[in-house]
Ligand binder design. Structure first.
Ligand SMILES: [Cu+2]
Length: 145
């Protein structure tokens, strides 16, 4: 192979390598945009087709065992009487529930029904924000596996 041919081949290889890494980064970028467009709470990789896990009645005086569901599944709370659904940051009843903000999933209402969005893997703890209800057993831990 002549020196000139060798240089031309080296140059061609460099161009092809650059083009293919460009193509890869474009694909990666496209995938990133698709993930950005999806709701953040949706499990994109594993989406369960299972029906929502029903907690009925969601009320006081109960002992709710830990719930195990699969990624992409939702939890549906239904209640008689006056309750709400509040997402806790840990598994203990707080001294104080925020009166507005993102932790309030359902405001306090009578005869309510609230279904979470499809949940991604993790541990979630829900309680009722009516004063005294969490301490009276209206708290549940949900493990999304
Ligand atoms: Cu309650």
């Amino acid at each position: 192979m002549s020196r000139k041919t060798f240089r031309a081949l080296t140059c061609l290889t460099a161009i092809l390598t650059a083009a293919s890494s460009e193509a890869r980064s474009f694909t990666g970028h496209g995938r990133h945009l698709m993930q950005m467009a999806a709701p953040p709470v949706t499990a994109s990789a594993v989406r369960s087709t299972a029906a929502p896990y029903l907690i009925d009645p969601w009320t006081v005086g109960m002992t709710y065992p830990e719930v195990n569901i699969t990624a992409g599944q939702s939890v549906d709370f239904k209640w008689p009487g006056r309750h709400g659904v509040y997402m806790l940051m840990d598994d203990t009843c707080p001294d104080h529930f925020d009166t507005n903000g993102p932790n309030i999933l359902s405001p306090i209402k009578v005869n309510g029904d609230y279904t979470t969005p499809p949940l991604s893997k993790g541990t979630y703890t829900y309680a009722c924000q009516v004063p005294g209800h969490c301490e009276d057993g209206q708290i549940v831990q949900v493990n999304v596996l």
